[in-house]
Design a protein around this ligand. Structure first.
Ligand code: C2E
Ligand code: CA
Ligand code: CA
Length: 374
């Protein structure tokens, strides 16, 4: 939390803190050989390996009484065995270990190990092949139906990406979306999915299948791309898709990080006829203030609050969230509905649509199309 310490105690005091910290570290680290500051509040030290060294005894001594605020110091450790490896790479590995425990309460030491190395290799493999994967259509769209509780038919669907990797096989979005969000590739992918969705809506029309609105997920990064909203509009036009059938799912993290830009983009999308769905409402990141300012059409209740309501058999929070959405003129979708009981309760509370394994898992295109006619 060095930034907030700077704000609270002033730069000068914090500079002094860094000096004191460096002194302490050189005093307390066992068999210290070399060291220095890598960046603002990150230090690196080379110490001789000691089989029986107990880190836990040293840690509290380093930070004790340094400043009145609670300072937590985290240690990333890597064994420098491969002497051919550049020291900068060794440092990177220690920092990688460190990043694993950033923000994790009560864990102060992390070792760079085989698991981390595999993760790093996997990430490299993903980054090296992502562009080609896009060109070769390795990213495949699955569609998860949203069941309309008023008509008891499929009322809408969400597009969810899957990566069918030639060597790694089926890769779930959890393994690559966060990485693509970090390296910026996500926007290309999201627009690709948007295009696939446009094609699918058109296809359903042409095949005479029931046509339902389909949503795609927009990552917060997408709003940094200045052309995102016009790209979406161009895609809809390219396939002659009725814009009200194309929904964009966004999360509140997008809004909280750059509120003005996101509001402007959403207003543009809506002015162009697209509909906006607020994803994961009620998860750890949501706040009531975003409901006040975001231009929205649909509220998706996060599966965590549905699950909790089912476990406690207490739907009061879900009930008030639905009422609030209704009051704001929003359609409600409950996510992650897995049981008949949950579906029944949500129906009684006036929820409009439900999405989840109880009605259907995400389906491949062909399965989705047959599901539409069921
Ligand atoms: P999300 O948007 O909240 O999507 C819902 C996730 O819940 C999906 O996981 C879905 O398979 C899963 N799910 C649906 N029903 C149930 C249920 O009844 N029980 C349980 N336990 N899970 C259920 P998936 O497909 O693995 O996607 C994970 C996340 O990856 C998505 O969360 C979304 O944030 C992201 N994602 C997926 N596709 C895209 C995409 O094309 N672009 C972007 N930017 N993000 C995507
Ligand atoms: Ca979503
Ligand atoms: Ca969600």
């Amino acid at each position: 939390n060095f930034k907030s310490l700077n704000d609270r105690y002033g730069r000068q005091n914090c500079d002094q803190l860094l000096h004191d910290l460096a002194d302490r570290l050189t005093d307390f680290l066992p068999d210290f050989m070399a060291g220095g500051r890598v960046s603002s509040d990150t230090f690196a030290f080379l110490i001789r390996h000691q089989e029986d060294h107990d880190w836990t005894t040293m840690i509290p001594r380093v930070s004790k009484g340094l400043m009145s605020a609670h300072i937590s110091i985290k240690y990333g450790v890597v064994e420098y065995v491969d002497r051919t490896l550049a020291s900068s790479l060794t440092c990177d590995r220690a920092i990688m270990a460190l990043e694993m425990i950033k923000g994790v309460f009560n864990v102060d030491v992390a070792w760079y190990d085989e698991k981390l190395r595999k993760k790093q290799l996997m990430e490299h493999a993903i980054v090296e092949t992502m562009q080609q994967a896009l060109e070769e259509h390795q990213f495949v769209v699955y569609y998860q139906p949203k069941h309309d509780l008023h008509t008891d038919t499929t009322g809408a669907a969400e597009a969810l990406v899957r990566w069918i990797h030639p060597e790694l096989g089926f890769v779930s979005p959890g393994a690559f979306i966060p990485l693509f969000e970090r390296n910026g590739f996500i926007t290309q992918l999201d627009l690709y999915i948007c295009e696939e969705v446009c094609k699918e809506i058109k296809r359903c029309e042409e095949l005479g299948l029931p046509v339902v609105p389909i949503s795609f997920n927009a990552s917060r990064m997408d709003f940094d791309a200045l052309t995102f909203t016009s790209d979406v509009a161009n895609l809809a036009d390219k396939y002659g898709v009725d814009r009200s059938l194309l929904h964009v799912e966004i999360t509140e993290t997008a809004y909280s990080e750059s509120p003005e830009r996101v509001i402007t983009a959403l207003e543009e999308l809506r002015a162009n006829g697209f509909l906006i769905e607020l994803d994961d409402f009620g998860s750890g990141y949501s706040s009531l203030s975003s409901l006040n300012v975001l231009p929205l059409d649909v509220m998706k209740l996060d599966m965590s609050i549905i699950r909790q309501a089912a476990e406690l058999n207490d739907y009061r929070i879900v009930h008030s969230a639905i009422q609030m959405a209704q009051f704001l003129g929003l359609t409600t979708v409950a996510e992650g509905v897995e049981t008949k009981d949950e579906a029944q309760n949500l129906k009684e509370l006036g929820c409009d649509l439900i999405q989840g394994y109880y009605y259907s898992r995400p389906l491949r295109q062909s399965e989705f199309e047959s599901h539409l006619t069921e």
